[in-house]
Design a protein around this ligand. Sequence first.
Ligand SMILES: Cc1cc2nc3c(=O)[nH]c(=O)nc-3n(C[C@H](O)[C@H](O)[C@H](O)COP(=O)(O)OP(=O)(O)OC[C@H]3O[C@@H](n4cnc5c(N)ncnc54)[C@H](O)[C@@H]3O)c2cc1C
Length: 562
Amino acid sequence: MKKQIVETDVLIIGGGPAGFATAIHLADLMMKNGEANGDSAPIKLPYKIMLLEKGGEIGGHSISGAIINPIALKELLPDISISDMPFESEVKKDEVHYLSENGKITFPFTPPYFGNHGNYLASLGKITKWLAAIAEKKGVQIYAGFNGSEVLYQNEKIIGVRSGASGIDKHGNPMDNYQPETDIHAKITIFAEGSRGSLSKTVINKFDLAKEKNPQVYSLGVKEVWEVPEGNIEEGYVAHSLGFPVDSKQFGGGFIYGLRKNLVSIGLAVGLDYADPTFDTHHAFQIYKKHPFVAKFLKGGKIVRYGAKTIPEGGYYSIPKLYADNMMIVGDSAGLVAMPSLKGIHLGMKSGMLAAQTAYAALQNQNTSSQQLSMYEKLINESYVKTELYPVRNFRQAFDGNLYTGMLKFGTQLITGGRGFGSEKLPAKEDYKHYRPLKSFNGDTFMNKMKDELSFDKITTFDKEMDIYYSGTNHDEEQPSHIQIVSTETCQTCLEEFGAPCQRFCPADVFEIVEDTKSKKKSLTLHPSNCVHCKTCDIKDPYQNVIWNTPYGGDGPEYGTM
Ligand SMILES: Cc1cc2nc3c(=O)[nH]c(=O)nc-3n(C[C@H](O)[C@H](O)[C@H](O)COP(=O)(O)OP(=O)(O)OC[C@H]3O[C@@H](n4cnc5c(N)ncnc54)[C@H](O)[C@@H]3O)c2cc1C
């Protein structure tokens, strides 16, 4: 079987809010200018728009909090009223707490950027499914279960993306169910892959788009959805917390949202710039659920879903150049998340709409050069994407190793328009560079300090194996591992120096250190079929010895309502 070649005008990689906002707005611009043919579905657009999503179903890989600022949805779909959008509830009550091991102090006022008045609680999976149905009616061709596995170039310019072959065994040989790859050639390719996009990363590196920028830094968010007895939580209730179980040397906090009277979204997000190689975000989240303030919301309930994903938090100074010849980057792949409010959905959508505006002008001018597409960055800088990100441009860098000094620095930023009393641009360093060797902790590590807390009752707290079950994750086990270890020798060095932090940072038990019974030699065994596609391994490995690629299209978690 030979590989297929398909042609389109615009190719969007990723079916998240940013990808669908791009597709819908581009289709609308074509229709508004009277170029679309007819008004019954499926509409034939004058330029083809194609969207690839690696999840088997749209929404299957979507995970967020989520509190949504509806500004971008209102702009994208002005004819649809808020009451017809698939939100769970309006935010009705907003609290911020500082947690100690057993107690809490409630902030007497809502700290700046933590207020959610006018925002809505939602399941991102539901939102993306709904957006997909709208996009499809407008003539967008959507291919769920298709990964973008490789960027295609001609004369050093992007000409599209390859969607990988399937039905290959671990040694690379085709099996009976072999399906060849498909090359999709496009005039413009738009990367909307979310956090640490596997193709976006290669493109940013190839064209040096992050030159002179701060490196991107991330948090890992671990989340569960629970069905609870009515009365445990109010619909529209929002609580954010700082403190326990996150150490004051770390950046992070918990969230509890009352999606409905009996449905709770609960999670913990922790910055990946921690130093302790034994820190484990999944385990910290289980400990968080045992805190008396948190446990009361879950009492008598049952877990429905589990998932994890990284969040790009570097902010304004970590945004790469957003375009090159024939391509643009939108949403989380571009790092468009506002901190400390932890909101990326509306900014990702707005960036998609601006990329659509740029793509439409480029198609009409028959010019997709970098110079023409620079319009996109100009539009971003004139939009609320910049006005939201610029005043908090130094926020995340201020929390470099201490919560309390971070809060003080943030206070100075608030009164100086974001600059603070330091330099205009606070630096950042890659998350993996923050590790300290295990020995330097003299036993004072997360794993030792928390060892009595690390028993999981399988009622409120779960080990990773059980949580993976609740993520609905499924991969064809025959395929070559989509998680690549660059050098197994480096794993040995890592074991000695850092104790193999891959076992801890992965929230899905993909990495296991196994001891040979005879030789007692320890080595790494991979379980790629557990992977929930959070990309932490690609970010936090101390030697950058792990590369995350897309597995077969359709494989991965099945989040449904996350
Ligand atoms: C725990 C957590 C809580 C959050 N809370 C909030 C919140 O309350 N409010 C808020 O506004 N934001 C929140 N965010 C951030 C928000 O979810 C993101 O900013 C937003 O989802 C970004 O949208 P996106 O379309 O850029 O990326 P995504 O939503 O990540 O979508 C990207 C899509 O691309 C697909 N994809 C990736 N690579 C490929 C490929 N190579 N080929 C094909 N498909 C691919 C993925 O499967 C995915 O469906 C939170 C994030 C997390 C993890």
